[in-house]
Design a protein around this ligand. Structure first.
Ligand SMILES: Nc1ncnc2c1ncn2[C@@H]1O[C@H](COP(=O)(O)OP(=O)(O)OP(=O)(O)O)[C@@H](O)[C@H]1O
Ligand SMILES: [Mg+2]
Length: 168
């Protein structure tokens, strides 16, 4: 059984993709599959409870877009870490400790969204600042076993882009 949560069902727009992730490697493989679809200006909202695998997903995505052996610490305390990919800068945010949406300006959220690729853990903290065209990646615990499930859905042209995602 996949661990659907009510808010995930509401968020799953048409063209949503559901993927079972048996272990951390499966989470990483899904992120690696997403990497070639990303373009400057993309925002990836990494949603899910504490420990659902958001950083695991972001780390694999960043490594796929960079040299591959990059240290990718969780931005739990720094709130943001940046990385250079050939075609854009990657901004990895963890907004759990953000007090109010406008505090994200100091972290560079506007530059990140303008021409970088923004990977955002706890995107709810941005409130209405989160663009409608973002890709939502919902990660959830499953009811049985130790794995996770993912639902990917997004605005803009994400439904078409997700159809090309080769997640094996
Ligand atoms: N598909 C999976 N199946 C089982 N365990 C997983 C899976 N994906 C990630 N994990 C494990 O879950 C744990 C928490 O992962 P991670 O730190 O990525 O979560 P997080 O959502 O970023 O947490 P936080 O909310 O604290 O930022 C790690 O031990 C990771 O290896
Ligand atoms: Mg995390």
């Amino acid at each position: 059984m996949l661990g659907y949560k009510p808010q995930m069902a509401v968020a799953a727009k048409s063209g949503a993709l559901t993927v079972a992730l048996a272990d951390p490697d499966a989470t990483a493989r899904l992120a690696v599959a997403l990497a070639p679809l990303l373009r400057p200006g993309d925002v990836v909202a990494l949603r899910g409870e504490l420990g659902s695998g958001k950083t695991t997903f972001a780390r694999a995505l960043i490594r796929a877009l960079t040299a591959g052996d990059e240290e990718v610490p969780s931005p739990t305390f720094t709130l943001v870490q940046t990385y250079a990919a050939p075609a854009f800068e990657i901004w990895h945010f963890d907004l759990y400790r953000l007090q109010k949406p406008e505090d994200a300006v100091e972290l560079g959220i506007e530059d990140a969204m303008a021409d970088g690729v923004a990977l955002i853990e706890w995107p709810e903290r941005l409130g209405l600042w989160l663009p409608a065209g973002c890709l939502d990646v919902w990660l959830a615990y499953v009811d049985t076993g130790t794995g996770r499930s993912a639902i990917l859905s997004g605005g803009g042209d994400w439904p078409e882009r997700l159809r090309t995602l080769d997640h094996g």
